[in-house]
Write a protein that binds this ligand. Sequence first.
Ligand SMILES: Cc1cc2nc3c(=O)[nH]c(=O)nc-3n(C[C@H](O)[C@H](O)[C@H](O)COP(=O)(O)OP(=O)(O)OC[C@H]3O[C@@H](n4cnc5c(N)ncnc54)[C@H](O)[C@@H]3O)c2cc1C
Length: 328
Amino acid sequence: MASGETNTTHSPEQLSALLDDLGIRYETDVPIGKQMTWYGVGGLAQALAHPAGVAQLSALIARCHEQGVPVNILGSGANLLIRDEGVSGVVIKLDDPSFSQLKIEGTKITVGAGMDLFKLVLECAKAGLAGLAHVAGIPASVGGAIRMNAGGAFGDIGSTVHKVHVMAENGQVYCRDRDDLVFGYRTTNIVAPYILDVEFDMDEADPQDIARRVKEIFLYKKNTQPMAENSAGCAFKNPSVVVPGHEPEGDDSPPPPTQRVSAGKLIDEAGLKGHRIGGAEVSQRHANFIFTHPNCTAADVLALMDHVQQTVLDHSGVALQREVVVWP
Ligand SMILES: Cc1cc2nc3c(=O)[nH]c(=O)nc-3n(C[C@H](O)[C@H](O)[C@H](O)COP(=O)(O)OP(=O)(O)OC[C@H]3O[C@@H](n4cnc5c(N)ncnc54)[C@H](O)[C@@H]3O)c2cc1C
């Protein structure tokens, strides 16, 4: 939760007192889990707000922070599980066109956090700007992709980032430059809860070459992952384990070298492909994908995740960590 720690319910009157005078468009009791996440399960948002620009966003966030009302920001919902109980407070969606602007200046592009990532990849290809083809096919908003440092076999989005504008909980905007940004495996050192826009450093290239590369990467992804199922991509991070033969011999020994291993392989080796709890199932095609059947609940997905974590721990001694973000 970006601000506030509780899942206390706020009455419609409280929400109205919080939001009405800010002039921000919002709806209450919105089925975001079912309608706005790729899993298509889970509960309601008490309030879903659509600020019409940075000034409204800032006023909203500052107000919620002052009053201890939880705020969460929703991207494309491609890495998100909403619990069946729903989310209290305010969920923000950056779907106003002002949050999806694309500005191209030579080889630098600046893009709003609300823009669809694949649309951005295609726009860059059209403009003859190379540097983002490697994230083709990853469903995301630009903000969500930066927050998760989305990527895969061909690299992650952080590698091309030059600058990021973010908003703190008090509504103030500031800039994070390349020099002080660190992107790790599905992580960044951006602590501010709201990403507003991103500047990427691109290279000039032949639009047809870029388009070919985008197509190649997109097809690779389509052929190796069950993209058509209702999932959130990889449920677990690929864990970092000690390289075999380098196990520490005592408490004083230096930290051993580690390597990432495929969570999907560990889940497969634990015999979990096709395992189902309620409406949630481990994909037969890619064991790190959990997908939902009609009538699945968020509780089914969470129960299956727990089962996978425990079974892999028992089978190989490795503790898997969730990659999927769970609200609240
Ligand atoms: C079929 C499928 C395939 C996938 N393949 C990949 C893959 O190959 N590689 C990969 O890395 N991921 C993959 N994913 C996961 C997902 O695409 C990424 O994690 C993506 O970055 C999520 O972006 P989003 O906009 O949907 O974020 P959401 O799911 O909406 O949110 C995820 C997190 O980002 C935060 N967030 C969203 N917008 C902002 C913002 N503007 N400011 C601050 N925080 C924000 C949210 O609060 C939340 O904590 C896949 C998912 C699916 C469904």
